[in-house]
Ligand binder design. Structure first.
Ligand SMILES: C[S@@+](CC[C@H](N)C(=O)[O-])C[C@H]1O[C@@H](n2cnc3c(N)ncnc32)[C@H](O)[C@@H]1O
Length: 295
């Protein structure tokens, strides 16, 4: 098992860090689009199914209010955009890579984006609070409206600020795409501490995608301390992106082989695959995960 830093150093993986904290998301979409990065679209399907199931559960679910989603490693707010607005990842790729928007300044783009999203608001849009270390990206997410609130904080290293704690209080759902490995159980612990504050004892659900070779064990151990039971979705993995080249591919295939994970038909086709984990309070885990998601 490896964290991302190790992967970077050992595999010569493209340095995506460079695109994580720019003034606007155009380069993020441009670069990740070249590798078919698609986990946020899978995230949308899964997270919206969970939100819908919880909505249907009425007072035993999220209650009557607008569900509060905390998207961890939110970047420019892609998951927020998909959950709150009638759009798709493909449409966002086309938008941010279009010639029409290429010459706008970041400020102009934020204004145009705010208008674009305003017109597409989903009727049942959740409230989305974003957390990421990348301050420019978070700021863009807030300015364009895809994040209702955003915090550039590193909870691996620091306690949350009071403002973050307030915004996360009583959260219903924590979501993560492309972030496990960058964040460990420490970030989850700090966020759940904030979420249960003022919630009358309710603990949020945690919905996370993690690459198959990144361990979720320590995270689920910590979540169990809050009474959350973690399940890994059986029989289904999700494509994340294509490998950047042979070096990365060989490295990942070797690592998976060492872990006794069969990459046939998955990573050996040239794609990273992620598992999906859902953690729920034991007394709310009556509907099987597979049925909740109906994939
Ligand atoms: C692969 S991107 C995923 C972004 C987004 N969730 C998506 O799927 O498009 C990883 C993100 O993790 C963020 N990140 C790295 N370390 C972090 C930390 N300690 N706390 C919060 N975010 C972090 C990076 O800034 C980056 O935005």
């Amino acid at each position: 098992m490896h964290n991302r830093e190790t992967l970077h150093q050992k595999s010569g993986k493209a340095d995506f860090e460079l695109i994580y904290d720019l003034e606007d998301p155009r380069e993020y979409f441009n670069v990740l689009g070249q590798f078919g990065y698609c986990i946020p679209q899978h995230g949308y399907r899964v997270f919206s199914a969970l939100i819908e199931a919880r909505r249907k559960a009425g007072s035993e679910g999220f209650g009557n209010g607008r569900p509060r989603v905390v998207d961890v490693c939110c970047s420019y707010g892609v998951n927020g955009a998909l959950l709150k607005y009638e759009t798709s990842l493909d449409e966002l790729y086309a938008r941010y890579r279009s010639e029409e928007l290429a010459n706008l300044s970041s400020e102009e783009l934020a204004e145009v984006d705010a208008a674009f999203y305003r017109e597409r608001r989903r009727e049942a849009a959740p409230e989305v609070v974003g957390v990421d270390v990348a301050s420019n990206a978070v700021s863009y997410g807030v300015r364009s409206g895809v994040l209702d609130a955003g915090f550039a904080e590193n909870l691996e290293e620091n306690e949350p600020t009071e403002a973050l704690a307030r915004a996360v209080s009583s959260a219903d759902l924590l979501t993560v795409t492309g972030g496990v490995g960058y964040i460990s159980e420490r970030t989850f612990e700090r966020l759940i501490d904030c979420a249960v504050e003022g919630s009358g004892g309710r603990v949020p659900w945690v919905a996370a995608f993690a690459l198959r070779w990144v361990s979720f064990e320590r995270i689920s151990e910590v979540l169990s301390g809050y009474g959350l039971v973690t399940e890994k979705l059986d029989g289904h993995t999700f494509t994340q992106r294509r490998f950047t080249g042979d070096v990365e591919r060989e490295y990942v295939l070797e690592e998976l082989a060492e872990m006794d994970v069969d990459s046939t038909g998955k990573e050996d086709t040239g794609w990273y695959h992620a598992d999906f984990y859902l953690a729920r309070p034991a007394n709310e885990a009556n509907v099987p995960l597979e049925m909740l998601l109906a994939l």
